[in-house]
Design a protein around this ligand. Structure first.
Ligand code: TRP
Length: 335
């Protein structure tokens, strides 16, 4: 830990396989931050169990996600990569913060309302107190910045409210974090319903591309991607009028580094039948080295284990410092 650098914390739930959306919208940006900041990237398995998981799948996806983080370019020497349940302080601070989080506040969270509508048979207390655990994740590391998608902004806001409430009672215990929405961060939409974010919980499997997907499946999804039913049928960037085509252009731009103007020029006079496979091909080539590297790492169990062990140790050292301070401030007797 370099005390002069600012700290970043972010996490992704291992509740599904990593998508092209999380790669382009999150992980790819994280890679660029590792020199300038102290970065903690967590696999939040404790959050994932707020929705029922199949144990074997959860275990496999947690390890696969770690392998994919590394394969995407997150250097485990420069970033602290770890699994949430390996650092007990998350659950410990989560409980403390539950007692400083109001029922009314939690009731207003849009993710709680959405998820309880989707999981009507399992509206458990963890789903309700999810934001307090997320606040614990962030505050344990005294994070300054939290890179998140716009859907998670409300959770960072409540984290700030909880931290300020705590600091008002006990003095400066927590750093007040800011949401960090990288300006280059692409918001990738579903290929079949481009008005919705690309999501692993998309009901239509063709709407979502996964980092580990095979080339022929990726190509099939791009060929079937929804384009817009306007009459001009040309490749033009216009997210309001042409959400489908604009999303594909966004993806193509990320994969090739070309600007929207360059892409429009490249496909001038060519139809969607040429454009869509070209996007598919570019994505396949972008993901190929990532997939191959992740497959290689997944087979090297000893390497994977050494990464999450070292990550948990580094994370724990920082987390325990905050935890001791918190316990002391609230009046717990030191053991
Ligand atoms: N709630 C986040 C999501 O669903 C995941 C998450 C948990 C997280 N803890 C975090 C993100 C802390 C950033 C910081 O996407």
């Amino acid at each position: 830990m370099d005390e002069k650098k600012k700290t970043i914390f972010s996490g992704i739930q291992p509740s599904g396989d990593l998508t092209l959306g999380s790669y382009l919208g999150a992980i790819k940006n994280w890679v660029a931050l590792s020199d300038e900041y102290n970065c903690f990237y967590c696999i939040v398995d404790e959050h994932a169990i707020t929705v029922r998981q199949v144990p074997a799948d959860l275990r496999r996806r947690t390890l696969a996600q770690l392998a994919q983080y590394v394969a995407c370019g997150l250097d485990p020497e420069k970033n602290v990569l770890f699994i949430q349940s390996h650092v007990a302080a998350h659950a410990q601070l989560g409980w403390v913060l539950d007692c400083y989080t109001m029922f009314g506040e939690l009731s207003r969270m849009t993710q709680f309302k959405d998820k309880s509508a989707k999981n009507a048979d399992n509206i458990n207390a963890g789903l309700f107190t999810y934001p307090a655990l997320m606040a614990a994740d962030i505050l344990l590391y005294q994070a300054d910045l939290v890179p998140v998608g716009s859907d998670q902004k409300q959770h960072v806001e409540i984290c700030r409210d909880i931290a300020m409430r705590f600091n008002n009672i006990y003095g400066d215990v927590f750093t007040i974090p800011e949401p960090f929405i990288p300006s280059t961060g692409a918001r990738i939409m579903s290929l079949t319903s481009p008005e919705n974010k690309m999501s692993k919980s998309d009901k239509d499997p063709g709407g979502c591309i996964y980092i580990m997907q095979q080339p022929d499946e990726i190509m099939r999804s791009f060929k079937r991607a929804v384009t817009d039913c306007d009459t001009e049928r040309c490749v033009r960037f216009d997210p309001a009028e042409k959400p489908g085509v604009s999303n594909l252009m966004q993806i193509y731009s990320c994969a090739t580094g070309r600007t929207m103007d360059e892409i429009e020029a490249e496909f001038e006079g060519k139809g969607y039948g040429v454009f869509k496979p070209a996007v598919g091909e570019a994505v396949i080539e972008m993901l190929r080295p990532v997939r191959e590297e992740a497959e290689r790492i997944m087979k090297d169990k000893a390497y994977l284990e050494s990464i999450y062990r070292a990550g948990a140790e580094k994370a724990e050292a920082v987390a325990m410092r905050t935890m001791r301070k918190v316990y002391k401030k609230i009046g717990f007797v030191a053991r």
